[in-house]
Design a protein around this ligand. Structure first.
Ligand code: DP6
Length: 352
C-alpha cells in the first residue's frame, strides 16, 4: 500500500551527482518488537539517539544508466547488501520516482567496529535516506528542512524500522501513541524537549561488547516470530501502556522508576524471544553475569547504573552524569569489562 502524503513529484531531471551524509545509531527504551505489513510497528517505541556510533555514507549517482547498485562497506564490496538496497530502492519508487533512473555506487563506513554486534541497520538506513533526500532536492527542487527530515524518516523506516528514529536527536518516538502528540506509525517524531527533565539530557551509553560477530537470529526473523507468539498481543498492549509512566518519569526525573521501566523493557524483549516458536536466546553467559553485577552494585551503592539490551548479547550500560559517574565508570572498568570479548566497550553519550 502506498502512502499518499509522501508520493514523489513526477517532473524531475536526473543528473550525475555525488552526495554524502552521516547518521547516528539509537537505543530503544521502550522496544519495537513485532510489526505488520509495510513496516507498520505493532506498538510505539521510544529511543535515545547516540552521538559517536554513526554511519557515514556516500552515494554516487550516474544518471540515465540502467538501474544497478554496488555497495562497499569500509572499502570492501558487499554483494548481499547491494541486493538488499536494490530491492529497497524498488519499494520506495512511488516516493522517489527518479530512483530507478540510474546507477549507484554506495560507500559506507561505521564509526564503531563492524564486528561489534552493534546494529548498523538504524544508522545505515538513516544515512541512505538522508542521501536520497539530498538527491531528491537536486532532481525535483527544494523542500523545507522539516519536510525533508520527515520524509527521510519515512523512507528510512521502509529500510529498517528502528532507522526512522535515528533522523532526530534526543528522545524520539516512532509509532502511534495516545501519549505523544503528532506520533505516527509512518515516521518518527522528536519527543518534546520541554517535557524532559534535565537529568535525562546528559546521559551515557557504554556498550559492553559481550559477543562480537553475527547474531544467530536476525531482527527481521525475530519480528516475524512475534506473529505466532501467544504472548504477543499482551506485549504490544504493555508497550503501549508503558508510555503512560514513561511520560510521567521523563517529566519528573524519577530515576528509580526510569531504571525499573527500562530494564523491564529490555528483559521483556528477550523473554519474547524465549517464548517464540522456535525459541531463541541471544543473551550469552556474560550478558547475565553483567546484569547480576549491576543489580548487586545498585543494591550496595544506590547509584544509577542500569542496562538495556538490543536484539543481541551486548549490554548497553546507561548512567547519567549526575556526579556519581566517576564511581560508576571505575566499577565498569574493574568489574564489568572482564565479561567482554577483548575488553570491548564503545563509550557513547546521548545526542541532544
Ligand atoms: C530490538 O529495526 O532492526 O532493536 O525493521 O526488521 O529492520 P527491522 O528491525 P530493526 O529492529 C530493532 C529492534 C530492537 C528494538 C528497537 O530498536 O526498538
Amino acid at each position: 500500500m502506498t502512502t499518499k502524503e509522501f508520493l514523489g513529484k513526477d517532473n524531475f531531471t536526473v543528473k550525475n551527482r555525488s552526495v554524502s551524509e552521516s547518521c547516528p545509531s539509537n537505543i530503544a527504551l521502550i522496544k519495537y518488537w513485532g510489526k505488520y505489513k509495510d513496516q507498520i510497528p505493532a506498538n510505539p517505541s521510544i529511543s535515545f539517539t547516540l552521538n559517536h556510533c554513526k554511519t557515514n555514507t556516500e552515494i554516487e549517482f550516474f544518471a540515465n544508466e540502467s538501474f544497478s547498485v554496488k555497495t562497499f562497506l569500509a572499502g570492501n564490496e558487499e554483494i548481499k547488501f547491494a541486493e538488499k538496497i536494490e530491492k529497497y530502492f524498488r519499494t520506495i519508487e512511488p516516493y522517489l520516482p527518479w530512483i530507478l533512473k540510474g546507477k549507484y555506487i554506495i560507500k559506507t563506513e561505521n564509526t564503531f567496529p563492524h564486528s561489534s554486534g552493534i546494529a548498523s541497520s538504524a544508522s545505515g538506513f538513516g544515512a541512505i535516506a538522508k542521501c536520497l533526500m539530498k538527491l531528491d532536492e537536486e532532481f525535483t527542487g527544494k523542500t523545507s528542512e522539516e519536510e525533508s527530515l520527515k520524509k527521510a524518516s519515512f523512507l528510512a523506516r521502509l529500510g529498517s524500522g528502528s532507522a526512522c528514529r535515528s533522523l532526530y536527536s534526543g528522545l524520539v518516538v516512532w509509532g502511534k501513541s495516545d501519549e505523544v502528540a503528532g506520533s505516527s506509525d509512518l515516521f518518527a517524531v522528536k519527543y518534546s524537549d520541554a517535557e524532559i527533565h534535565p537529568v535525562f539530557k546528559d546521559f551515557n551509553d557504554w556498550v559492553l561488547l559481550i559477543h562480537e560477530g553475527v547474531k544467530s537470529v536476525s531482527s527481521t526473523v525475530g519480528h516475524g516470530l512475534m506473529n505466532s507468539n501467544p504472548f504477543a498481543e499482551r506485549r504490544f498492549q504493555e508497550a503501549r501502556e508503558n508510555f503512560v509512566p514513561m511520560k510521567e518519569i521523563l517529566k519528573s526525573g524519577n530515576m528509580e522508576d526510569f531504571i525499573k521501566l527500562v530494564e523491564h523493557e529490555a528483559l521483556t524483549l528477550h523473554a519474547m524471544m524465549m517464548m517464540s516458536e522456535p525459541a531463541f536466546i541471544l543473551m550469552k553467559t556474560g550478558t547475565l553475569e553483567v546484569i547480576n553485577k549491576i543489580w548487586d552494585f545498585r543494591r550496595e551503592t544506590n547509584l544509577p547504573l542500569f542496562f538495556t539490551l538490543d536484539a543481541g548479547a551486548n549490554v548497553h550500560l546507561l548512567f547519567p552524569n549526575d556526579g556519581s559517574e566517576e564511581q560508576i565508570k571505575s566499577f565498569i572498568q574493574s568489574e564489568l569489562l572482564q565479561h567482554t570479548q577483548n575488553n570491548g566497550v564503545v563509550k557513547d553519550v546521548m545526542k541532544w
